[in-house]
Design a protein. Structure first.
Length: 159
């Protein structure tokens, strides 16, 4: 497994270097030491923006690529905006049948987030405040069983 900033590391000074771990416990120890300092103990209010944001990927060779671009890779780039608009327009029309979503579909960003939540391929990338959320459940058990498991975690400053 690698915890790294990927291609972004080359562009940022002070980026975290790629690191490989042979067990889940070593990963958790590094994460807690480097990325999850106990800011509350230092008097920081609990509702402060996170210091880092994380995105986990199932394979260290994968790049940061939205589901829309992965799904429509074969579509010419010049045709993608129209396809995106078509998908989102169809999604909005379907949501009109559900009164709870009417306010969400009226706001572009909220509509995109809702569409992604329901599985529509969008140009959004999910990021989380937790370095563990993006890890697949089988990862720790795979390492415990002695299986070679590779994943990557992208780390971005949240401030």
């Amino acid at each position: 497994m690698s915890a790294h900033d990927g291609d972004i590391a080359q562009a940022l000074s002070g980026s975290f270097p790629p690191t490989e771990f042979d067990c889940w416990e070593n990963f958790k120890e590094l994460v807690s030491r480097e990325f999850l300092p106990n800011e509350r103990a230092q008097g920081t209010p609990p509702l402060v923006r996170p210091r880092y944001l994380f995105r986990g990927l199932g394979d260290e060779a994968w790049h940061l690529e939205p589901a829309f671009d992965r799904t429509f890779r074969s579509l010419p780039v010049c045709d993608r905006p129209a396809r995106h608009d078509l998908l989102l327009g169809n999604f909005r029309r379907e949501c009109l049948h559900f009164p709870d979503y009417r306010e969400d579909i009226g706001d572009d960003m909220r509509c995109l987030a809702l569409a992604q939540h329901f599985g529509l391929p969008t140009r959004l990338l999910d990021w989380t405040e937790s370095p563990y959320i993006g890890k697949r459940p089988e990862f720790p058990s795979g390492m415990t069983a002695g299986l070679r498991t590779t994943m990557s975690s992208w780390v971005m400053s949240g401030r």
